[in-house]
Design a protein around this ligand. Structure first.
Ligand code: CIR
Length: 267
């Protein structure tokens, strides 16, 4: 599994509650969201990452979900074209930030759409979700670019699984070494047949979006069975409160763009 050395993060802005959501969990509390974001950043730092902390951007209520704007490979960052029109303008500032870190950026060839939340880099293979946000043209363009970078890609259609999965990674995470965490709806999908799968309990499905960062896995609080299953596999788990981001349909992975060591240039 890649060693991550840096991450780009952006706290929620005062317009956070105006972002997109289907969650019906009520309006987020901004002060609590900021505290949860700060704790998330602390956890990334404990995992060994140096953070580039971008300022909040009130023009884009969903801009704290930085993961949707780029796909980080060890050689370059592919800039996405987010599927929600209100989020299209988030990419420019992330592109500038990545270039400032010395990361080469590549634009997704048009006209398709991709959200980073639909891309799960499982090492040898990347899974690309077809969702309400990522369309076929975008998925194919991304698969082509990944192929140019020497990566294999498999497209997984999550649209038939209904609105519970906003993105592929709402129900899929990689633990490294070929191991995956999967939501029950994806447990028997043929795309994952060759992988060891940890199937998340229905009551803990939000935690299927977890993040392996170096020597640990960051997991949403409230998923004791998943935490125990990871612990049994020898993985150190850090639990993080995510309630205010869950209200806005966001998972743990969406709050950061994690850069593998090779992605950093000379800057
Ligand atoms: C949206 O609907 O775009 C945001 N409210 C949530 C995005 C979450 N991103 C992710 O799961 N990668």
């Amino acid at each position: 599994m890649s060693r991550f050395v840096r991450a780009v993060v952006r706290p929620p802005a005062e317009t956070f509650a105006q972002g997109l959501t289907e969650a019906e969990l009520g309006a987020p509390d901004l002060a609590l969201a900021l505290a949860q974001h700060a704790a998330y950043c602390d956890a990334l730092e404990r995992a060994g990452l140096a953070l580039l902390r971008l300022p909040p951007d009130p023009a884009y209520p969903d801009s704290t979900f930085v993961e949707d704007t780029a796909i980080l490979d060890a050689r370059a960052a592919i800039l996405t074209r987010p599927g929600a029109p209100s989020r299209a303008g988030e990419v420019a500032s992330i592109a500038a930030a990545l270039r400032g870190l010395g990361v080469e950026t590549i634009a997704l060839p048009g006209p398709g759409h991709v959200d980073g939340g639909d891309v799960c880099d499982a090492g040898e293979r990347c899974f690309i979700g077809l969702s309400g946000r990522t369309d076929e043209a975008g998925a194919r363009a991304l698969a082509g670019l990944l192929g140019d970078l020497g990566r294999e890609a498999t497209i997984v259609d999550v649209r038939p699984l209904g609105p519970a999965l906003l993105h592929l990674k709402s129900g899929l995470s990689t633990l490294g070494e070929g191991r995956l965490v999967v939501a029950p709806a994806l447990a028997d999908h043929p795309a994952f047949a060759g992988h060891e799968r940890v199937v998340v309990d229905r009551a803990e499905v939000y935690a299927a979006n977890c993040v392996r960062v170096n020597d640990r896995v960051l997991v949403a609080a409230g998923a004791p069975r998943l935490a125990e299953a990871l612990d049994r596999r020898g993985l150190a788990v850090e639990l993080l409160a995510m309630s205010e981001f869950q209200k806005m349909d966001g998972g743990l992975s969406c709050l950061s763009l994690r850069l593998p060591a090779g992605a950093l240039g000379a800057a």
